[in-house]
Design a protein around this ligand. Structure first.
Ligand code: G3I
Length: 349
C-alpha cells in the first residue's frame, strides 16, 4: 500500500516519537497517521528518568505502560528513551540528604537500581534502549556531567552492563546529536570503541539528526554513518526533523526593540510556509533519505522526532513561540506533498 512503512519494508524501519500529552492519546487524526505510516515508536518524554523516578524509589510507570501497550497493540518496534542522560534527570539522583554530591558508589547503585527497575519492567517487550544519551560534546571531549564528574568515564560502560543484565535480549544504543561534526564523530567513535573493547556489548549508535535546511552536509553525515558502522554496530537515525527556521538565538543584552525585531526574523512563517520553502524542505528530506537508502545495509531505523508540525519541540527551541514546519505531517496531520516522493524513492531502491 501507499505508505512509508511499506515503501521502506526490508530496508529500514520508519519510526516516530510519541508525546503522550500532545499526540496519540486523544487525537484520532494523529493516531491514523501513526498507525498507517510508522512501524516503530519511541517515547519522546515519558521514559526519561525525572518522569519515571521523580523521587528516590518512587517509580511512576503510568504513561510509559500506556506507550508500550499502544506499540504492542499495533505490532510496532518499541524503543525506550532514555536511561542515562544528564538532562531531565531528577536532581535527587546526584544528591545526599544534605544536598551534597553523593559518592561514586551511591551514584552507581542508583544507576543500577534505576536501570534494572525500568528495563526489567519491560523485559522482552522493548526492541532497544537508548542507554546513554549525549555524553560527548561537539568538540569531541566528554561532557562534564554529574555522571562523569562523580563516576568517571566508566559510567557509560556500567550503564550498558546494567541494561544488559536487566534484559539480555534487548538492543542497547548510544545516542547523540550533531554527530556529523568531525571532532564529535571521533569522540563518539573513541568512547564507544572503549566500551566495546572492554567486553561490553553495544548494538547501535543513534544519530539524532536534528537537522536544518543548510546543516549538516550530506557528506559529513555519510562520513559518520561509515565511521560508526565500522565499529560493527548498527547505525540508526533516531530523532530526525528538518527545521525551516534560522538557527539564531536572541542576544538578550540587546535593546528591547532590537530583540523584538530579531524575534520576528527568527519566526518568519507564522502565517504559513511559502511554496518554495516547502519544496526546499522536500528536496532536503529526499537527499537525506537517498543517503539512508544508499546505506540501508548499515541503517536499522529512521525515526522522526514527532508526527505533526504542531507537536515538534522545534516550535520552542532555541526561542519559544515559533512556528516551525520540520516534520512530514502538518498541523492538521495532513501528509505533506513531498512524502509521496519519499515513498516512491523507498519503493525504487
Ligand atoms: O508536560 C509538561 C507540562 O505539564 C508543563 O506545564 C510544561 C511547562 O514547562 O512542561 C511540560 O513538559 C515539557 C515536556 O517537554 C513536554 O512538552 C518539558 O518542560 C520540556 O522540557 C520537555 O522538552 C522535551 C525535551 O527533550 C527535554 O526533555 C521535548 O519535548 C523533547 O522533544 C526533547 O527531546 C530531546 C531528546 O529527548 C534528546 N535529544 C534532543 C531532543 C530535543 O531536545
Amino acid at each position: 500500500s501507499n505508505t512509508l512503512k511499506d515503501a521502506y519494508n526490508g530496508k529500514f524501519y520508519i519510526g516516530t516519537a510519541l508525546n503522550l500529552n500532545q499526540i496519540w492519546e486523544r487525537n484520532e487524526k494523529a493516531k491514523e497517521v501513526i498507525e498507517t505510516h510508522f512501524n516503530s515508536i519511541v517515547a519522546e518524554n515519558c521514559m526519561k528518568s525525572e518522569n519515571l523516578q521523580p523521587r528516590e524509589g518512587e517509580f511512576n510507570f503510568t504513561d510509559a505502560d500506556k506507550f508500550v501497550e499502544y506499540g504492542e497493540k499495533h505490532g510496532m518496534h518499541i524503543i525506550g528513551h532514555t536511561l542515562i542522560w544528564h538532562s531531565q534527570a531528577p536532581t535527587w539522583f546526584f544528591k545526599d540528604a544534605n544536598g551534597n554530591d553523593v559518592s561514586r558508589e551511591v551514584l552507581i547503585e542508583r544507576m543500577r537500581k534505576h536501570i534494572h527497575t525500568v528495563v526489567g519492567r519491560y523485559k522482552g517487550r522493548i526492541r532497544g534502549w537508548d542507554v546513554v544519551n549525549e555524553a560527548i560534546l561537539d568538540n569531541g571531549e566528554w561532557r562534564k556531567s554529574k555522571f562523569y564528574q562523580i563516576v568517571g568515564e566508566d559510567f557509560i560502560k556500567l550503564a550498558f552492563q546494567f541494561a544488559h543484565e536487566a534484559d539480555p535480549n534487548t538492543e542497547l544504543y548510544y545516542n547523540d546529536y550533531s554527530t556529523a561534526i568531525p571532532a564529535k564523530r571521533e569522540g563518539i567513535y573513541k568512547m564507544v570503541k572503549q566500551v566495546i573493547d572492554s567486553g561490553v556489548k553495544v548494538h547501535g549508535i543513534g544519530m539524532q539528526e536534528h537537522n536544518g535546511l543548510d546543516h549538516p552536509s550530506i557528506e559529513e553525515t555519510e562520513n559518520s554513518i561509515l565511521r560508526f558502522s565500522s565499529l560493527g554496530v548498527k547505525v540508526m537515525v533516531t530523532e530526525m526533523e528538518i527545521s525551516v527556521l534560522p538557527n539564531g538565538r536572541p542576544n538578550m543584552g540587546a535593546e528591547i526593540s532590537d530583540r523584538v525585531a530579531y524575534r520576528k526574523e527568527l519566526n518568519p512563517y507564522v502565517d504559513g510556509l511559502p511554496d518554495e520553502k516547502m519544496k526546499e524542505l522536500g528536496a532536503r528530506y529526499k537527499e537525506f533519505f537517498s543517503l539512508y537508502l544508499k546505506h540501508q545495509d548499515k541503517i536499522d531505523r529512521v525515526t522522526l522526532w514527532g508526527v505533526g508540525d504542531g507537536d515538534s519541540w522545534k516550535n520552542g527551541f532555541p526561542v519559544p513561540g515559533r512556528t516551525d514546519y520540520p516534520l512530514l505531517f502538518d498541523r492538521e496531520y495532513k501528509v505533506k506533498p513531498f512524502v509521496q516522493d519519499l515513498i516512491e524513492l523507498g519503493r525504487k531502491k
